[in-house]
Design a protein around this ligand. Sequence first.
Ligand code: NG1
Ligand code: ZN
Length: 552
Amino acid sequence: MNQEQRSLLLNSSSRFLPPQGVKLSYGTSGFREDALLLSSTVYRVGILAALRSLKTQSVIGVMITASHNQVSDNGVKIADPSGGMLSQHWEPFADAIANAPSPQHLIQLIDEFVDKERIPFDGVKPAEILLGRDTRPSGEALLQAAREGVTSIVGAVAMDMGILTTPQLHWMVRARNKGMKASEQDYFEQLSSSFRCLMDLIPAEKGKSSGMNDKLIVDGANGVGGVKLKVLQKLLNVLDIEVRNSSDDEGVLNDGAGADYVQKEKVVPRAFGSKDSGIRCASFDGDADRLVYFSVPHESNSTIDLVDGDKMLSLFAIFIKEQLSFLNEKEDIKDCHQARLGIVQTAYANGASTDYLKHLGLEVNFTPTGVKYLHEKAAEFDIGIYFEANGHGAVLFSESFVGWLEAKANKLSSGSEAEKAVLRLLAVSKLINQAVGDALSGLLLVEVILQHTGWSIHRWSELYHDLPSRQLKVKVADRTAVITANAETVVVSPPGLQDAIDAETAKYPQGRCFVRPSGTEDVVRVYAETSTQEATDTLANSVAKLVDQFLG
Ligand code: NG1
Ligand code: ZN
C-alpha cells in the first residue's frame, strides 16, 4: 500500500473505533451483534469487501442484516463474486480486522494481508461493491459505515442498492459478474417469467382439479420479504396470496412471527389463528432467505402442522426426479443417465426425511450447519438440492448440465414429454436463485409443484411423518469451548461431554441427540429426536443440563 492509501485508511478508521470487551466472529453467516456495537465492524467489512473486489477483479456484495435475530441486533456479511458466501479462506482475516484494537493495528493487519494475498492496487479495475440492507432501523447508518469502509480504499466505488432481501443482493452480485442484467426489476422479471413458464407446462388433467385450497397466506415476519412479495405478486397476477406481518404492519420484526419462530416453536405466528384452519400458509424469516409452510389444524388455536425445509426438499426432489425420468425414458437421450442428482442435509434434518429420501433411491449427503457448507456440497452435482430444516435451501444446476439441457431443448420434438421435462428443468434453474436460498423463489416453486401434482398442503405433509424433535438453547460462559466433529454430530471437547450425551441418548428408542455452538447467537444448541414428543423433551432437557454442568 502506498502512503496515500495508508493515510486515507488511518483517517477514516479513527472515526470507527471498535467496541471494548467484545470478541467478534464471522460465524455461520457473517458478524451479528447488538446494532449499537457494530459500526466499526461494518466499516471494516466495507474495507474487506473492497480488498476482495480488487483481489478477484469482480463485483462484491455487502449485506446488512441479522436475519431472524431480534430487531435491536444487526449484522453484516459478504457476497463473493459467484453470489455465494465469502470464501472461507478469508474468514480468519475478517475476524482479525474486526477485532483489531486500534486503527494502527488495523492498518498493519491490512498491510500484511495485502502482501500475503498479493492484492493488486495499481493498473487494475477499481473495486466495485453493491450494498444492501434489510428493514432494520439501524440499517441505514450501518450502510453508511460500510460505504465509508469501501471508499477508504483508493478508487473503490460503493453502490447503495437500497432495502433488499438477502437473496436479492446475492442474486445481483452473481448477475453482475456474469454480465447479465442485474437490477431488482430484472430479478422480479426472471422469477415471474420462469414461474409462468412452469405454470404453462402443467399437464392439462392436473392443476386445478386438485381441490386444493387456492388461497395462500404468507407471514412476512414484519421484515423485507412481505414487501417484496407484494411487488412480485402484482407481476404474476395469478396467485391468490394474502400477506400478513408485512413490515408496514404494526408488528416488530421477527417478534412472535417469521420462519425461525414458526419452525422452532411449532406454533402460529402473530396475526394467524383458528380462523385460518385448513388454509395453506407460509412464513418467511426477517431477510427472506428462509421459508417454511404450515397449516392450522381444525381443532387448534395455536399449534400447527409444520411443513419444514426437509419436506420442501422432498417435494422438489420428487419433481426433479420425475423430470429426469421423462428424459431417461427417451432412447435417443439416454446420455442423461449420467445426470447426477444429489441431496444435501445437515444433522438438523429430521431423521424421517432422510429415511424417506433414501427410500426414493436418492443420494443423501451431510455437512455441518451453515449454508456455505451445504451450497458447496450441492454444487458438486448436476442438480444438487440442499435444505436446512429451518427452510434455507436451493436447487443448484451445474453450468454444464444447463448447457446440456439447452442443447436438448432445441433438438427434441415439440410437445413431447421429454421436451416438456427439459423445459421444466430449465425454468427451475432460472426460478430458483442459484446464489443462495431464497424464500421468494422457493415459494413460487412450491406453488407451481403443488399445482403440477394436484396436491394440497395436507397431501404434501403426509409424504412422511416427522419424528418428534426438540431444539433448546443453553447459555454458557464460553460457547467456543464446544468443539465438534462428524458434521457436528460428535462433541470432541470438553472431554466427557459426548460420553454423557451418548449414555443419556441410549435410554431412548430411535434416540438421536447432538449439541453444537451456534454461529449466530451466543448459545449452545441442543437437538433431540426420539419416537415420542414427551421422551424427546425429556432427552433434550437432560442433555441441556449436561451442557450446563460441563460449561455453565
Ligand atoms: P446457528 O446459529 O449457527 O445454529 C442458524 C441456523 C443455521 C443457519 C444460520 C444462518 C439452526 C439450528 N441454525 O445457525 O441453520 O440458517 O442460522 O442464518 O437453525
Ligand atoms: Zn435469514
